[in-house]
Ligand binder design. Structure first.
Ligand code: BES
Ligand code: MN
Ligand code: MN
Length: 463
């Protein structure tokens, strides 16, 4: 296959303005106030897939937000690649920490992106990375180089648990039949150190509520004599890790897949600088589970983190009060072979059991997901590796990520195919944070590398 570089060079400005237009629509799936924008985004994606050369594009209604499905079937005998991505984005909050408005994209240079990066919510996660596939498709059809069949499935609920996608996949196995699933919704080590994501963690997300007295109390009149729900909640949360930062929930580690010495040694070969890591985050030192390296702590080990905690008076000045209730949102990142429903149950039982008399505790499970690991000896992985070699001039490093895309495990279960995670973002691109951005170099490199994957995969499949 010819290099896409000349085509990209010629159309680069349009590729950027199209993405910028897409980023202007606030498709925040978590907030119902933006429902119309989420739906509008699906329509824009549909149009872009039609323009890129798909023969059949449809908006598939679901109990939630629509799924955009598109395909170009050249010949049933050829392999079929299913591309998945999401067009919904995280809420931009806290909005005052953005240097420019989250839905008014601007291009700025950064240390890691000297060629400029697009700053906007969704630029990297996942509109920018998803749109690389649309433009790669445009390139292949416009230059008559599409080597195989392709199906696109772009959803609008990834950031809230992909419930409707699960519903859709279960009902459309035949329509979605494929030889490999291709996703760009992860990252790579650095622009000069390409890597392919080989693992995703699972997730159990819960919300807890601690109730003490039936009303807020004067902290002088009652302080010291009744359980303060905030004091109790923070104490309970603190007890969930021991001094070595192991999680104390009984049974939590029972099914955790332990990696062999060899596998851990292989992992340790990936380049990593603790100094650079700390400097980028302005921290003095890293922190985590005893006995594991930073790269292990954030990929092959399960974790428990408070994502939000509230209660009592947080307004200006002081108010002397003991709140009636305290709350926290807690996520547990899971690894193979932990079962998220089982872990949620273990958490619930444990958390309720450690509540002292004088408070009541409620645990409300949110969503969850199963971890995923993709083998590196599959056709798909080899095709991806060859593709990177062509466009980066280097063999990519396989690396397990700490993030979650829960639907990937379901793809394997329902569609029986492997997923290849070709991510082009950097950890420092601030996804889910203020000032999310995506390097223009990364965007264009993705568009250049994806057609090579199509080519390599078709070649390997036919040989
Ligand atoms: N694209 C991310 C996941 C990701 C990012 C994986 C970088 C690996 C590297 C995805 O959009 C995401 O944010 N997933 C959520 C889970 C979901 C159930 C809300 C996550 O990981 O928190
Ligand atoms: Mn994503
Ligand atoms: Mn995300």
């Amino acid at each position: 296959m010819k290099s896409a570089k000349p085509y990209i060079e010629e159309h680069k400005d349009r590729f950027l303005t199209e993405l910028i237009d897409l980023l202007k629509i606030p498709s925040i799936s978590a907030d119902k106030a933006y429902a119309n924008d989420v739906i509008k985004t699906a329509d824009v994606i549909k149009e872009s897939l039609e323009k890129a050369g798909c023969d059949k594009v449809e908006i598939c209604d679901t109990p939630g937000y629509p799924i955009v499905y598109g395909e170009k079937m050249l010949d049933p005998k050829l392999p079929t690649i299913l591309v998945y991505g999401h067009y919904d984005v995280q809420p931009p909050d806290p909005i005052n920490l953005w240097d420019s408005p989250p839905f008014e994209p601007v291009i700025k240079k950064t240390e890691l992106h000297p060629e400029g990066a697009i700053f906007a919510r969704g630029s990297c996660d996942d509109k920018g990375q998803m749109y690389m596939h649309v433009k790669a498709m445009e390139y292949m059809t416009a230059t008559n180089q599409l080597p195989c069949n392709v199906k696109f499935m772009i959803e609008g609920e990834e950031e809230v648990g992909s419930e409707s996608l699960g519903w859709f996949v279960e009902r459309n196995q035949e329509k979605l039949a494929n030889d490999v699933i291709l996703i760009s919704d992860t990252g790579m080590i650095a622009n000069d150190i390409p890597s392919i994501t080989t693992g995703l963690r699972g997730l159990s997300y819960v919300e807890v509520e601690v109730t003490g007295p039936n009303r807020d109390l004067h902290s002088g009149l009652y302080g010291g004599a009744v359980a303060n729900p905030i004091n109790v909640l923070t104490k309970m949360i603190a007890s969930l890790h021991d001094d070595d930062n192991h999680i104390t929930i009984p049974g939590f580690y029972d099914k955790v897949e332990e990696l062999s010495k060899e596998e851990r040694a292989k992992m340790a070969e990936a380049p990593f600088s603790k100094e650079a890591y700390c400097k980028a985050l302005d921290i003095e030192d890293v922190y985590g589970e005893a006995g594991y390296t930073t790269n292990e702590r954030n990929s092959i080990r399960p974790t428990l983190d408070v994502n939000g905690i509230w209660g009592g008076y947080t307004g200006e000045g002081a108010k002397t009060v003991i709140a009636s209730k305290a709350y926290a949102k807690i996520s547990m990142r899971l690894v193979p072979d932990q079962n998220w429903k089982e872990i949620t149950e273990l958490f619930k039982n444990h958390f309720e059991s450690i509540a002292p008399k004088g408070v009541t505790v409620k645990v409300n499970p949110h969503h969850g997901g199963t971890a995923y690991v993709t083998p590196i000896d599959s056709l798909g992985y080899k095709a991806a590796s060859n593709a990177y070699e062509t466009t980066f001039g280097k063999t990519p490093i396989p690396q397990r990520s700490g993030g979650s895309i829960p639907i990937v495990a379901l793809f394997e279960k329902e569609l029986k195919s492997k997923t290849i995670l070709m991510g082009f973002g950097l950890d420092s691109d601030a996804i889910h944070s203020p000032n999310e951005h995506f390097g223009i170099w990364n965007y264009l490199k993705g568009i250049e590398t994806i057609p090579q994957f199509y080519h390599e995969f078709t070649k390997l499949k036919n040989s």
